[in-house]
Design a binder for this molecule. Structure first.
Ligand code: ADP
Length: 178
């Protein structure tokens, strides 16, 4: 696994990085889980920019990402990406989840972001199986970093203990295989 990848057990709104990624929904109007936490901690400036983006492009499709201010958060930007809802695995969910990570990293490159933090996209109310989600997240980010030197640090911020343990184990497995 790339040395620039780090796993944290905690709350993404507290992480000091250039950009944090939000697991938003396609309306961009806020929701529960990590989305609610980011809007609560970051204040109304984030929603105001989300509303502007909605007016311009009508929300955010699954797998895509958009950028706003981070308001009062210790980050510079929030990247809002929309994870797929798990519908059994035959609806292109794995590719769409990989797109969330890839498109967020592409936004990072475009905006000179060097440090970025991801939540465990889709593994809350969207019910994506956690182990498969972790594997996709780690492999997609590792593949992107291989082709990119601008990004200096990628944090996977695991809020729940189950995801945290999973990420640590998956990283060990990927290292053993490398
Ligand atoms: P989704 O709709 O994409 O499933 P959720 O917000 O329901 O989004 O869950 C995504 C992940 O975010 C879950 O693993 C959940 O434990 C985690 N999460 C919830 N609050 C926070 C937070 N403050 N910081 C980081 N991760 C969080």
């Amino acid at each position: 696994m790339d040395e620039r990848v780090e796993v944290i057990h905690g709350d993404i709104t507290k992480v000091e990085v250039d950009a944090i990624v939000n697991a938003a929904n396609s309306s961009l109007l806020g929701g529960g889980g990590v989305d609610g936490a980011i809007h609560r901690a970051g204040g109304p400036a984030i929603l105001a920019e989300c509303i502007k983006i909605r007016e311009k492009q009508g929300g955010c499709p699954t797998g895509e990402a958009v950028i706003t201010t981070a308001g009062r958060l210790p980050a510079k930007y929030v990247f809002h990406t929309v994870g797929p809802v798990w519908r059994g695995g035959e609806k292109d969910e794995p590719r769409l989840l990989a797109n969330c990570y890839r498109n967020s990293l592409a936004l990072a490159v475009k905006n000179a972001v060097k440090t970025i933090a991801f939540p465990n996209i889709s593994t809350g109310v969207y019910r994506f199986p956690k182990e498969l989600a972790a594997e996709i997240a780690l492999k997609t980010v590792a593949a992107f970093l291989q082709e990119n030197q601008q990004i200096k640090k990628v944090y996977f911020v695991c809020f729940d203990g189950e995801n945290y343990e999973l990420y640590l184990r998956k990283i060990d497995e990927l290292k053993a295989r490398a």
